[in-house]
Design a protein around this ligand. Structure first.
Ligand code: ATP
Ligand code: MG
Length: 554
């Protein structure tokens, strides 16, 4: 069960006092982009609370702005919420389903002298709104009669006036210390086709008006949103208090998730996609749920992350490393181990019989013995990681170098007896002697070696491309204007000549495994094909950035 927090405390109180018997929450995305890890925080919170209290969480599309919305987003959002592990049963709603009711609500406000049609332009309304220190100016149209307002609003709906020429405003208080109560706009004219209602409407309600009414219609008990809506709460409450609704949902605000080195706003993510600075909404470098999923991130890790960050009232930045650590913890338990060589260096075992192939037993996951073992082919010619050999080993380098002996994982002890170079002096092949009595990794005389290397059989291994991902941004918290300049030019490094053990041909795309000693990788769900395998690095084995940064500080 999730740890308690101030929102759960409020709900406990409401249940104890008898204010509510059951809890109903909602997750209200606007279908104008793909969900990202910030939305996941809200999904886990709203669905998590419903689950914990035996209530329900509705999925409601806040589709009140037709110009930016699309069914592509409606579909992807549903898939992504399900992928995260949550279910809304039959509680799928659209604010657009309530357009008629919201409209009637507005008409009722006009009848009671609580709303009026205003002919000021957007710019004039903005200017007359005043500031934190100055009250606003009342609109010259504020005194219109109920009859005139009803007539004008009806004609707005009928499409008689051009976009932007008139709006419906609430008549509240132009001198209110809360700017949101200075006669806020409730309806605007927008002659745009809506992805659900088509051309039925040419006036659309503002979010601040549609949201409380939608909450009330659905009987939401706790309407949980992010902190920037705190100042909108009086308008939320005003709307409900003025209306006929018997249900009074309570709005509660919490701090949104901000992640270091990550862009989260849908506007900016859309910009990266449209400018083709990334490959799409599912680019593995993006914090979208699609991107994280394609990268190999698991829903379990995201849920764990959302649990660990908790819920507070204070805006702050969460370190990307926390998400990576949740991912490592999850994958360590579950990911099957394989061997893959990212930068191959050929090794020939001089004394190993030519043409012989042995099938060695390898452990699938030492953390989970139930996963058993598999066979890995071993032969005279192998590949090891180029980085695991140094002709002149620096101090503390215990891996392979001339005259040095190491263990090959699950295989034999080998000793380097020579290095073959090309015409420019690069080492292109190692000649090694194999201790044929050390199969499984233990020499007969019990002598010790200091390193164990991963390897693959040259003949039986498969070619693969491996994509190494790094942080999307170079900057911890980029400023609004310059976010494109903050992109990390090295956020993707594609290694095209990798070799992987044959069993990896069977890894289902989208499944994350461990490449021993290298990190966690998943077969790319878009580009990986039989005969042309592509793997994405999900996360390194350890937090290499922390290490590098610690070194830099020393
Ligand atoms: P963005 O600012 O990225 O465009 P948004 O708030 O406009 O996002 P919505 O579709 O309106 O996107 O969000 C749906 C729900 O997810 C809202 O309740 C919103 O408060 C919540 N949400 C969005 N971003 C975050 C975040 N970074 N952390 C927590 N909750 C978030
Ligand atoms: Mg929003």
């Amino acid at each position: 069960m999730a740890a308690s927090d101030f929102i759960r405390d409020i709900i406990d109180e409401d249940i104890k006092s008898g204010k509510h018997k059951a809890v109903t929450t909602r997750f209200p995305p606007e279908p104008n982009g793909y969900l990202h890890i910030g939305h996941a925080k809200s999904v886990c919170l709203n669905f998590g609370i419903a689950r914990q209290y035996g209530g329900v969480c509705h999925l409601r599309f806040d589709d009140t702005n037709p110009s930016r919305e699309d069914v592509e987003y409606v579909d992807s959002i549903q898939e992504d919420v399900r992928w995260l592990g949550f279910d809304w049963a039959d509680k799928l709603f659209y604010a657009s389903d309530y357009f008629e009711k919201i409209h009637d609500y507005a008409v009722e406000l006009i009848r009671r002298g609580k709303a009026y049609v205003c002919d000021l332009s957007t710019e004039e309304i903005r200017k007359s709104r005043g500031s934190f220190t100055e009250p606003g100016k009342e609109s010259p149209y504020r005194g219109r009669s109920v009859e005139e307002n009803l007539d004008l609003f009806k004609r707005m709906r009928a499409g008689e006036f051009p976009d932007g020429s008139r709006v419906l405003r609430a008549k509240i208080d132009m001198a209110s210390p809360n700017m949101n109560l200075r006669d806020p706009v409730l309806y605007r004219i927008k002659k745009a086709s809506h992805h659900r209602t088509g051309d039925k409407w040419c006036i659309y309600p503002m979010y601040d008006f549609a949201h409380p009414i939608s909450d009330a219609i659905e009987g939401i008990t706790h309407s949980i949103c992010t902190l920037e809506f705190e100042d909108h709460r009086p308008l939320y409450d005003w709307t409900l208090a003025e209306g006929p609704s018997p249900c009074r949902p309570r709005q509660i605000e919490f701090a949104r998730l901000n992640l270091t080195y990550t862009l989260m706003s849908k506007r900016k993510l859309l910009d990266l996609v449209e400018q083709k600075l990334v490959s799409g909404w599912d680019d593995p470098r993006l914090p979208t749920l699609r991107g994280l999923r394609r990268r190999g991130c698991t829903p379990e890790a995201i849920r764990e992350f959302c649990g660990r960050i908790g819920v507070t009232k204070f805006n702050s930045f969460t370190e990307l490393e926390l998400l990576e650590n949740c991912l490592r913890d999850d994958l360590n338990k579950r990911a099957l181990r394989y061997m893959a060589v990212l930068k191959p260096l050929k090794v020939v075992l001089d004394n190993y019989p030519e043409g012989k192939v042995e099938e060695l037993d390898a452990i699938n996951n030492p953390e989970d013995p139930s996963t058993g073992t598999r066979k890995v082919p071993f032969s005279r010619t192998l590949y090891i990681e180029a980085d695991d050999f140094r002709e002149v080993p620096p101090p503390k380098f215990h891996r392979l170098s001339p005259g040095r002996e190491v263990r090959l994982r699950y295989g034999y002890l080998i000793k380097c007896v020579g290095a073959v170079k090309d015409s420019s002096g690069n080492v292109v092949e190692l000649r090694c002697a194999c201790d044929l009595g050390s199969r499984g990794g233990s020499p007969a005389d019990g002598r010790k070696v200091k390193a164990t290397l991963h390897w693959v059989c040259a003949e039986r291994s498969l070619p693969a491309e491996v994509r190494l991902y790094d942080r999307l941004l170079l900057t911890l918290q980029p400023q609004d204007e310059d976010f494109r300049k903050c992109l990390n030019p090295k956020s993707l490094e594609a290694l095209k000549d990798c070799r992987v053990e044959p069993a990896l041909a069977q890894l289902k795309p989208g499944t994350t495994c461990q490449f021993e000693r290298q990190g966690y990788f998943c077969a790319d769900s878009v580009d990986s094909k039989p005969g042309a395998l592509v793997f994405n690095r999900t996360v390194t084995l350890r937090d290499t950035w922390a290490k590098l940064e610690a070194q830099a500080k020393r």
